[in-house]
Design a protein around this ligand. Structure first.
Ligand SMILES: Nc1ncnc2c1ncn2[C@@H]1O[C@H](COP(=O)(O)OP(=O)(O)OP(=O)(O)O)[C@@H](O)[C@H]1O
Ligand SMILES: [Mg+2]
Length: 237
C-alpha cells in the first residue's frame, strides 16, 4: 500500500435546512491508499453522495476531519480548499456535468484550468488531446456534448477529471445513466485510467458488477460505514 490519498475521520453531518434536522452521517471513517479502489454502496438516501461531497471538499462536515494526501482540510481557508481540490481531486458525476456550449476538447481543457491557473494554453491542450486519445475520443474533440452518446459524454468527463493528474478520483454513480454494455465499457476505461495514474478511486454505485470490481466495498447504513464482506448481488434502488 502506498501513501494515503484520503483519510476521512469520524465524519458527522446533519442537514438543518428542512423542517427538522436530518442526521445523515454519524461518525464515518475510512482511508484510501494510492492505487486503491473503493466502492461505496447503500440504499438511496443513505448519504453516499453526502459523504462523497465531503471527501471532495465540496461541503464541510459538522465534525471530523478529512485529509487529502496528509493535508487536513479543516485547517484551510475556502481558497485553500479550492486549490487543494483543483490540484488533487477529480470528480465524475452521473449526469456528466459538461459545459453544453463548449466542445469536447474545451471541456477537458477547462477541467484542468482551475488546477493549473489558465487552461487554454498549448501545454494543457496537448495533455487534453492525449487524454482524449487514450479514452478513444480524439475523433470527437470538436463535437459539443449534445452531439455525443452517453458513454462518450462520460468518457469526456473522465478525461476532464484526470487531466490535472489528481491523487483521488471521486465517482458518483458514473454508470448510472448508461445501459449495461456502455456502463461496462465506461467502467473498464475508469479502471484502466486509475491503474495507469496510480490514484485512489472511490466509486459510489448501485451496480453490483462495478462494486465487485473494487478492492474493497464499504456499505453506508444508518449513518455508519462498514466493510461489506458479502459480494453485492442485488441491484438496489
Ligand atoms: N443539501 C441538502 N439539504 C437537506 N437535505 C439533504 C441535502 N442533501 C441531501 N439531503 C438529504 O440527505 C439524505 C442523503 O442524501 P444523499 O444524496 O447523500 O443520498 P444518496 O445515498 O446519495 O442517495 P441516492 O442513492 O439516491 O443518490 C437524503 O434524505 C437527502 O434528502
Ligand atoms: Mg447519491
Amino acid at each position: 500500500m502506498g501513501e494515503l490519498a484520503l483519510e476521512a475521520e469520524n465524519l458527522s453531518k446533519t442537514y438543518r435546512d428542512g423542517e427538522k434536522p436530518l442526521t445523515i452521517l454519524r461518525g464515518v471513517g475510512f482511508a484510501a491508499a494510492a492505487g486503491e479502489t473503493i466502492a461505496i454502496v447503500g440504499r438511496s438516501g443513505s448519504g453516499k453522495s453526502t459523504l462523497l461531497n465531503l471527501c471532495g471538499l465540496l461541503d464541510r462536515p459538522d465534525s471530523g476531519e478529512i485529509r487529502i494526501a496528509g493535508v487536513p482540510a479543516s485547517k484551510l481557508s475556502d481558497s485553500g480548499r479550492t486549490a487543494l481540490r483543483g490540484r488533487d481531486i477529480g470528480f465524475v458525476f452521473q449526469n456528466y456535468h459538461l459545459l453544453p456550449d463548449f466542445t469536447v476538447l474545451e471541456n477537458v481543457m477547462l477541467g484542468g484550468a482551475a488546477a493549473r491557473g489558465g487552461g487554454m494554453g498549448a501545454g494543457n491542450r496537448a495533455s487534453a488531446l492525449d487524454w482524449l486519445e487514450r479514452l478513444g475520443l480524439a475523433e470527437r474533440r470538436r463535437h459539443r456534448p449534445d452531439q455525443l452518446s452517453g458513454g462518450e459524454r462520460q468518457r469526456t468527463a473522465i478525461a476532464r477529471a484526470l487531466l490535472p493528474n489528481p491523487r483521488l478520483l471521486l465517482c458518483d454513480e458514473p454508470t448510472g445513466n448508461l445501459d449495461a454494455a456502455t456502463g461496462d465499457e465506461v467502467s473498464a476505461w475508469l479502471w484502466r485510467a486509475a491503474d495507469e495514474a496510480g490514484m485512489a478511486m472511490i466509486i459510489v454505485t448501485h451496480e453490483p458488477a462495478l462494486a465487485n470490481r473494487a478492492d474493497r466495498v464499504l456499505r453506508l447504513e444508518a449513518g455508519k460505514l462498514s466493510a461489506d464482506k458479502q459480494p453485492v448481488n442485488d441491484k438496489e434502488g
